[in-house]
Design a protein around this ligand. Structure first.
Ligand code: ZN
Length: 261
């Protein structure tokens, strides 16, 4: 009886190991989905911030100056926008690797930003002070560093924002659409992976329940068999005893008539 249960118990152990591995993978995919959600949120916050950035000035933008002097054709358009123009505004966090973004997301300050309790921090990569007070160096140093002790960090540590004029930034052309599509592809892939893992989890759980049930039935049957055998043994012993007792009488009885004969 035991060789059968041993086989099923081994299958049960394997199924339990498999389920644990599925759950671990599921947790990783769920973490990835959280990260994608944070990226989406950062993207939206960075998009909203573009219009609040101090406008790009051509005279303080060396890359813009080279571009405008290179192209004669461009000069005409440049003069029309030479005073001010919107910045690219790309936030470097949108390119961060998973690990780096995960570390950032773990901070209370970052969570507050993602929940829109705090405005999106950052500094323009050309050193232009931000119009928004929360991201200005003075504000960052006075309000954040004594309390948070590295949560917000000093303004020097704040993530970089591309300061290039929007129409001149080749690196981040259409970043809002491009990164938005990237994150959507990632979210779709992770959602599908999660759905597959949920199926695997359900199958593994069913298998475990079936095996447990088989093992329990078998254990129960075995226990009953043992009990029945004990009962039978006891019964046989009793019968034997009775038979022996009767046998003694029979012998005496047998001897009686024999004497009588
Ligand atoms: Zn840019």
């Amino acid at each position: 009886m035991d060789s059968l249960s041993v086989k099923e118990e081994e299958e049960l152990r394997n199924a339990q190991i498999k389920l644990a591995s599925i759950l671990a993978r599921k947790a990783r995919v769920e973490a990835s989905l959280d990260l994608v959600a944070s990226r989406h949120k950062l993207l939206q916050l960075a998009e909203d911030r573009v219009s609040t950035l101090p406008p790009a000035r051509n005279d303080s933008d060396p890359s813009a100056a080279t571009v405008s002097s290179k192209t004669k054709k461009g000069r005409g358009t440049v003069t029309s926008t030479s005073g001010v123009g919107p910045r690219c505004g790309y936030d470097e966090r949108l390119s961060w690797e998973d690990e780096k973004l995960e570390r950032w997301c773990e901070k209370d300050h970052s969570q507050a930003i993602l929940k829109e309790e705090l405005p999106l921090d950052g500094r323009l990569d050309d050193g232009t002070p931000m119009a928004n007070g929360t991201a200005s160096p003075a504000e960052g140093a006075s309000s954040a560093s004594p309390t948070s002790g590295g949560g917000n960090g000093t303004q020097q540590d704040a993530p970089l924002i591309c300061s290039t004029a929007k129409r001149r930034c080749k690196r981040h052309a259409d970043w809002s659409i491009v990164r938005g599509a990237d994150f959507e592809v990632e979210r779709e892939a992770q959602t599908q992976a999660l759905s597959r893992l949920a199926d695997e989890e359900r199958d593994a759980a069913i298998l475990i329940r079936e095996l447990e049930s088989i093992i329990n039935i078998r254990r129960d049957t075995a226990q009953k068999a043992v009990a029945r055998k004990k009962e039978e043994d006891a019964k046989r012993d009793a019968e034997l005893a009775a038979l022996l007792a009767r046998g003694g009488t029979a012998a005496r009885k047998a001897s009686g008539p024999h004497f009588n004969l």
